[in-house]
Design a binder for this molecule. Structure first.
Ligand SMILES: [Zn+2]
Length: 301
């Protein structure tokens, strides 16, 4: 091609590319997702501390969403009970919420986000909007989309309890004999995905599982800057390999990808509220993680 047609050709290509990128940017219902985030981090949920009324309210809300989407149940219901002894010797009861969409293959991808939080301290509600109503709200939106998409792998959705007291829900899940661990090929964990003003999202896991990186490169449109390295102690960064619910999966040899923002001024404070969440950033990130999951579902065996 030469002469006058060449710039026209490139303009058309650029336009098509931009449309494609733009069209791919958001498929999740933003209003819906923000409404879930607002409700889960509302004062009425009292910070969702494990074993409290606020936690129960959040759990009911999440289980109800599972039911509305029509997720399949592991046993009789969506609730997965576990218990453990706290540091001061008390028995603590926790409940994960687990449901799944059956794929064509025997193998499964497990998507996790913890719903518990720090609760109420000195009369102040620690709303835990970014940590981690954001991850749960993203998960609830994704369920609906993935249901319509018909995945190759079985996609398990697990809203986990007791993360803040030692990854208890995730540990209970991987230790449960009824869960066929040998069928799980990947854990995608979301924990704090809504509070960042630099358009930066951290992704951990590719240092341990470099085979996962090309999938992330595929969905990288440049809209959000992907940051790697929080799983590589040699880089001198904080190592997040064991810092959230992906850790028990990793310790069982299951590859993981963790998505989350850098710690911020509202982290583990009463100011981690819905008002302080960066809404456009959150919506973009939730969509990107969904696209990553779809690519992984397509490409992994
Ligand atoms: Zn968290």
């Amino acid at each position: 091609m030469k002469g006058l047609l060449r710039p026209v050709f490139f303009t058309v290509v650029a336009f098509l590319f931009a449309t494609l990128v733009f069209a791919q940017e958001e498929v999740l219902d933003r209003e819906f997702m923000l409404e879930d985030l607002r409700k889960l981090s509302h004062d009425a949920a009292e910070g969702r501390q494990i074993g409290t009324k606020g936690s129960e309210a959040a759990r009911r809300y999440i289980a109800n969403s599972f039911k509305t989407v029509g997720l399949k149940k592991l046993n009789k219901g969506y609730l997965h009970d576990f218990s453990f002894e706290s540091r001061d010797g008390k028995a603590v009861q926790g409940q994960n919420i687990i449901g799944y969409i059956k794929g064509e293959l025997e193998t499964a991808i497990v998507i996790t986000a913890h719903y518990d939080g720090l609760g109420v301290r000195d009369g102040e509600v620690y709303n835990g909007a970014d940590d981690n109503a954001s991850g749960v709200a993203a998960m609830l939106s994704m369920m609906d989309y993935i249901k319509g998409y018909k995945p190759r792998h079985t996609i398990v959705f697990a809203a986990l309890d007791g993360e803040e007291v030692g990854l208890r829900g995730a540990r209970a899940l991987v230790e449960d004999d009824r869960v066929p661990m040998d069928k799980i090929i990947l854990n995608v964990n979301m924990d704090m995905i809504s509070n960042n003003n630099k358009n930066e999202l951290h992704i951990a896991g590719t240092h341990h599982y470099p085979q996962l990186k090309p999938f992330l490169e595929k969905i990288d449109t440049g809209v959000i800057r992907f940051k790697f390295g929080h799983d590589t102690p040699e880089l001198g960064n904080d190592d997040w390999t064991n810092s959230s619910d992906h850790a028990p999966f990793h310790q069982k040899g299951i590859p993981f990808l963790y998505f989350g923002v850098e710690d911020h001024e509202n982290y583990h404070k009463a100011t981690d509220t819905f008002e302080n969440v960066n809404k456009p950033f959150f919506a973009k990130v939730a969509n990107l993680i969904l696209f990553a999951i779809l690519e992984l579902d397509k490409g992994l065996d």
